[in-house]
Design a binder for this molecule. Structure first.
Ligand SMILES: Cc1cc2nc3c(=O)[nH]c(=O)nc-3n(C[C@H](O)[C@H](O)[C@H](O)COP(=O)(O)OP(=O)(O)OC[C@H]3O[C@@H](n4cnc5c(N)ncnc54)[C@H](O)[C@@H]3O)c2cc1C
Length: 503
């Protein structure tokens, strides 16, 4: 289709297009001035909305239209076509929308629609959120976006304001993402939205009867409702030498910065553990041109989660980039300049990163007497066993309607979506958390998307060519589809999510 200038694609939507030619539910990419816009027909109506996802800039013209929403093909954010409001994280910012005028068969994009102020809503006298990560940060801003006027206190043990944590093992660690990508929000955001963000503030106790939290140092804070979103922490193995200064763990921005600093001087790194984070760290350190060794007890990396075929593909991707795998082995001992493997081999290393998994931070929940079961037990509204206390993110074990089981996952998008749902329910809505779990993982230029949840499966169906990184892998149990992973097939990933939703 003709383009009016080199920067924009598709028709100038202000000049009008034939309504009859628009395919219902198929976005048409065009532009309004310099801005890329998609025009979406739904029945007798057409909607015009910004074409670029506000998360990482995914192309919404290649997205999926569901009802009056459009979903991004990259990380499955969703926006309302009528208002541009982000309905599903990981997008946090709204998109611009334009008026669409009809004149006979012509649909013409007109003026930008001014975003409406949310009506004020009644709610609890105050909300205290413990945890300034994905779930906590999204919960705080959702409360404001929904029109909540009361006090919001966001307590975080971290020294950094909420950050884009997934980036800490990827572009940021590789040195290919600028510093300004990392904060989830600009410095002034929380103050401007009257969110009392308190950093380096560790909560040491919760009294659910008095509705009070205690902060390290003794300060007490009462709450109307409380959200517990303390996330997870890296597992520390009792390996001799694991506490040496050149041995790193990765959870926070400070951790990522410490690895970057160490990588600037190091020549050889050993990554212990072929977890998602471990392998992403390996990729980032290769990008920084370190020699990288990965030590892990499994024979095929990630096979437990992704199946052996995708695991082999991931291994090949890393091997092609020069990563040395030492599989079927563990690290027995770490010294200042070497790691000794269980097979006896010694690898010289001046940097060691431990990526052997995480465990949910449950100490506060347990101390408060909340029901726990390898996670904080919540109901479909993300309420814990104590009145007025919600939990979200890596710590929450919720009844997943898709698998019929209570599950707990460690996914960025799930944590953010739970933060949003918890916020709505703290305002008195009864909004069940029923999102299909979604995560992504990047290894150099290879992106894996995973929809659903399969702790085990009895049948694995592959469509396409896994080693060519063009595939859809379906995980089934008893004939029931539990999860789908895709590589190089973003549109199919969106379709799979919809199918898993039952749509
Ligand atoms: C390096 C890295 C890369 C990742 N990449 C991906 C990815 O590609 N895709 C994906 O889906 N997921 C990824 N994840 C996982 C994802 O980041 C987590 O699932 C998500 O951050 C969980 O959100 P959360 O809010 O539950 O916890 P977190 O984001 O960990 O936040 C927890 C917060 O609680 C605070 N806290 C804990 N205890 C206390 C206390 N007692 N008092 C006060 N504050 C406290 C912490 O300081 C922190 O601010 C990655 C994780 C890491 C570490």
């Amino acid at each position: 289709m003709a383009s009016s200038n080199s920067e924009t694609e598709g028709p100038d939507l202000t000049k009008g297009v034939s309504f009859g030619d628009l395919v219902d539910g198929k976005p048409l990419l065009g532009h309004v001035g310099e801005e890329a816009v998609i025009l979406v027909r739904r029945g007798d109506h057409a909607f015009a909305i910004g074409a670029t996802c506000s998360h990482y800039g995914g192309p919404l013209a290649e997205g999926l239209v569901v009802g009056d929403t459009v979903r991004c093909p990259w990380h499955h954010a969703a926006f309302c076509l009528k208002t541009g409001v982000p309905l599903r994280p990981p997008a946090l910012n709204p998109l611009d929308c334009w008026q669409v005028d009809r004149d006979g068969d012509q649909a013409r994009v007109g003026k930008k629609i001014e975003p409406a102020e949310p009506p004020k809503v009644e709610g609890p006298a105050s909300v205290v959120i413990i945890g300034g990560g994905a779930a906590g940060a999204v919960a705080a801003e959702t409360l404001r976006r929904e029109g909540y006027q009361g006090l919001i206190t966001l307590l975080s043990a971290d020294s950094a304001p909420p950050v884009d944590r997934p980036n800490l093992s990827k572009d940021y660690l590789a040195g290919t993402a600028p510093e300004e990508w990392i904060p989830l929000r600009p410095a002034e955001f929380h103050k401007a939205h009257k969110i009392d963000l308190r950093l380096e503030t560790e909560v040491t106790g919760i009294d659910t009867a008095k509705r009070e939290v205690t902060i390290k140092g003794g300060e007490r804070l009462t709450y109307g409702v409380l959200l517990l979103a303390t996330g997870a922490e890296p597992i520390h193995l009792p390996t001799p030498g694991a506490d040496l200064p050149h041995v790193h763990y990765l959870r926070t921005l400070a951790d990522s910065r410490a690895i970057i600093k160490a990588a600037e001087k190091a020549k050889t790194a050993v990554v212990v553990g072929a977890s998602f984070i471990g392998l992403e760290v390996a990729a980032s350190l290769r990008t920084r041109e370190l020699e990288v060794h990965v030590v892990a007890p499994e024979e095929i990396p990630m096979a437990k989660v992704l199946g052996p075929e995708l695991g082999e593909m991931v291994k090949q991707v890393h091997t092609d980039k020069g990563v040395h795998f030492h599989l079927g082995q563990t690290a027995d001992r770490i010294t200042a300049d070497a790691v000794t493997l269980s097979g006896g081999e010694e690898i010289k290393a001046d940097l060691v990163v431990m990526g052997v998994g995480v465990r949910p931070r449950l100490a506060l929940a347990e101390q408060a007497g909340l029901a726990t079961d390898h996670g904080v037990t919540v109901d479909q509204y993300l309420q814990t066993s104590a009145a007025g206390v919600f939990a979200a993110g890596d710590i929450a074990r919720w009844p997943d309607p898709h698998t019929g089981q209570a599950i707990r996952v460690e996914h960025w998008v799930v944590a953010e979506r739970q933060g949003r749902t918890a916020a709505l329910n703290m305002l008195g809505r009864r909004d069940p958390f029923d999102a299909v779990p979604f995560f992504w993982s990047n290894h150099y230029d290879t992106a894996i998307q995973y929809m659903g949840h399969a702790e085990s499966w009895d049948s694995l169906q592959i469509d396409g060519d896994v080693m060519a990184q063009d595939c859809r892998v379906s995980f089934l149990k008893g004939g029931r589809l539990l999860a789908v992973a895709t590589v190089g097939r973003d549109a199919e990933g969106l379709q799979a999510e919809l199918k898993l939703e039952g749509g």
